[in-house]
Design a protein around this ligand. Structure first.
Ligand SMILES: [Zn+2]
Length: 229
């Protein structure tokens, strides 16, 4: 779970209050569509197309969470805490590290603190209690792991994005960012937060965008599984 950054790692500046209010007025579908629109691969796609994909990804993530509520996620992993989530190009709340004998979700406590600070600056402290943000980061990584299985195939089928068509042969394409939206929806439903993790991610990204243009020759950051949030 991460938010892309476009500024230097420190110091970070917060977004103007009206920017948070503007984001809060958008629903998850619009926030998701904007997240998709940020990917270069979706340049030139219509807002309607992006909103439809966001809607589908949210539906799949919410359904996954409903199933996990009933039967358990089946994707539990070890959890470790670390610092180092505040990176040059992104704020990384958590990531899944694969190991030969099971994986570990690494929670970045400095990034969680940063997300909490953003929530406070936006006036949403009560909507994003620290424990809830922590749990959402864990659920988010859990969703990514579930999306590596049949759920991911279900998502691709329902997105119904044709990457190529030759006569009657269609090649189903990957919609970059859709798994990220599904993972946010999963975490939202599992955690039952008053406000959406998509909103918090958008707010964190807004603070970083506010900090200025990307620094040249920034080192590559480590994306969370499934790509940058
Ligand atoms: Zn993610």
């Amino acid at each position: 779970m991460s938010a892309p950054t476009s500024g230097a790692a420190e110091p970070r500046r917060f977004a103007p209050a009206e920017r948070y209010a503007e984001l809060a007025a958008l629903g998850d579908v619009e926030l998701g569509a904007r997240m998709l629109a940020a990917a270069p691969t979706h340049e030139g796609r219509s807002p309607e197309r992006l909103r439809a994909w966001a809607r589908t990804a949210i539906a799949v993530g919410t359904e996954m969470a409903g199933d996990a509520d009933a039967a358990g996620s089946g994707a539990e992993a070890r959890v470790a805490e670390s610092t180092g989530g505040l990176r040059r190009d992104e704020v990384l709340l958590a990531e899944y590290r694969r190991r030969a004998r099971g994986g570990t979700v690494v929670l970045y406590t400095d990034a969680l603190d940063y997300a909490r600070t953003v929530a406070e600056a936006a006036g949403w402290a009560a909507d994003f209690p620290r424990e809830a943000v922590r749990a959402a980061a864990l659920d988010h990584e859990c969703a990514h792991r579930l999306l590596h299985g049949p759920r991911g195939r279900d998502l691709r089928r329902r997105l119904d994005h044709t990457a190529a068509a030759v006569g009657r042969l269609r090649v189903r394409g990957h919609v970059v960012g859709a798994d990220e939206i599904a993972a946010h929806a999963y975490a939202h439903r599992r955690g039952r937060m008053r406000r959406s993790p998509l909103l918090l991610t958008a707010a964190v990204a807004a603070t970083l965008a506010h900090a200025g243009p990307p620094a040249p020759a920034a080192p590559a950051s480590v994306p969370s599984p499934g790509g940058p949030a």
